[in-house]
Design a protein around this ligand. Structure first.
Ligand SMILES: Cc1ncc(COP(=O)(O)O)c(C=O)c1O
Length: 379
């Protein structure tokens, strides 16, 4: 609904500040574009192995060793049509009808839908600003029973930006081992962590590699959302089952996009550092801007490129002649009256939050904040 209004406004030439975006604003690296063009010229346009081309799976293994310190074999990797597809393979493979799946709130929109598709039941684990929007063994324990199969842990989190420390992960890992739970670790934003200690994967703790499916993608890290390349790294038996599912559904992802992903992952990674630094700076500007605006609160996110804004103070208030019941109303008013597109939190399991993105230019971000401030007022 909001997206179609944004598109309509843009067609009409009206200014829209797009603070709702879920994709990086930097382009695909030249090395990836060149590899794709080369692949076409070389007629590298046929089917590939269902699991993806071997050089790409080998490069993914090197990246996993470099980034999360875990050693995987190419036979434990499945290259997929984006991270979303890898999640779908993993959820459909691990979940049996009637299983329960722990999903921390706020969550990325597709988790509960994929779990339901697999015939399993999403069990939501509430979090809040006080805990940094993170779960602990203490918050999970009351929700675990003999049907609990799996925890979906997404960090850096979309939408909250939460990143777990090694100590927090170690406790969660111990809990999952004790309760015999599988973990799907969605790490698609792992390139964007702003804490000096960097990113740690739950799979890297003792006894966890064998009960975790690591999911990642080139989408967010390399500005390649449209190329649709993601992957899973998981123990051989689970990988085999995911592969059979993929073989009878999508087969391999695009041969051309696989060559592009290979070049992106394997090339020098200096551009990533520059992008991370730029995002860290923009994060500061956005957080400061939000904190000036009446009725909005936020914490400083440790990762991804979102700020998760508590707008609950606007609940029940009247703005522009309308009563605000949920963040959907607030988002609608912001778009129609101030030309600011934001993402309401309802789809993320939190109807009184909005998600703002700093994957937009500083100019657009600053103008968007000003427009919000003049509509909502200053603190
Ligand atoms: C947390 C999370 N996981 C997975 C995905 C899917 O990524 P992809 O575009 O690679 O399918 C997204 C995309 O927004 C996401 O935010």
């Amino acid at each position: 609904m909001l997206e179609s209004t944004v598109a309509q406004y843009q067609r009409e030439g009206r200014t829209v500040y797009r603070l709702g975006l879920g994709q990086p604003d930097f382009p695909t690296p030249d090395r990836a574009k060149a590899a794709a063009i080369q692949a076409i010229q070389d007629n590298f346009t046929g089917y590939t192995d269902t699991s993806g081309i071997l050089p790409l799976r080998e490069a993914i293994c090197r990246a996993l060793l470099r980034d999360i310190g875990l050693s995987y074999e190419p036979g434990e990797i499945v290259v997929t049509v984006g991270g979303k597809h890898a999640l779908f393979n993993a959820i459909c493979t691990l979940c049996r009808p009637g299983d329960e799946v722990l999903i921390p709130v706020p969550y990325w929109v597709s988790f509960p839908e994929q779990v339901k598709f697999a015939g399993a039941k999403p069990v939501f684990v509430q979090t809040g600003a006080a805990s940094g929007y993170k779960v602990t063994p203490g918050t999970l324990a009351p929700l675990v029973n003999e049907s609990t199969r799996l925890l979906i842990l997404n960090q850096p989190n979309n939408p909250s930006g939460a990143v777990y420390s090694a100590e927090e992960l170690s406790k969660l890992a111990e809990f999952c081992r004790e309760r015999d739970l599988w973990v799907i670790s969605d790490e698609v934003y792992s390139a964007f962590v702003f804490k000096p200690e960097g990113y740690t994967s739950i799979a890297s703790f003792p006894g966890m590699r064998e009960r975790t499916v690591v999911i990642n993608a080139v989408s967010k890290s390399y500005g390649m959302t449209g190329w649709r390349i993601g992957y899973s790294a998981a123990p051989a038996a689970v990988t085999g089952a995911m592969l059979r599912l993929q073989s009878h559904t999508t087969s391999n992802p695009s041969s051309i996009a696989q060559q592009a992903a290979l070049a992106a992952i394997d090339g020098p990674q200096d551009d990533l550092t520059e992008i991370r630094n730029e995002y860290a700076a923009r994060r500061g500007v956005l957080v400061e801007g939000v904190r000036r605006i009446k009725g909005l609160e936020c914490s400083v996110p440790d990762g991804a490129f979102y700020v998760w804004v508590d707008a609950s103070a606007w609940r029940g208030q009247t703005l522009e002649g309308r009563i605000i019941s949920t963040a959907d109303d607030l988002a609608d008013i912001l778009l129609t009256k101030a030309g600011v597109a934001v993402m309401p939190g309802t789809g993320f399991g939190s109807p009184y939050h909005i998600r703002l993105s700093y994957a937009v230019s500083r100019d657009e971000m600053e103008s968007g904040i000003k427009a919000m401030e003049s509509l909502l007022g200053r603190k």
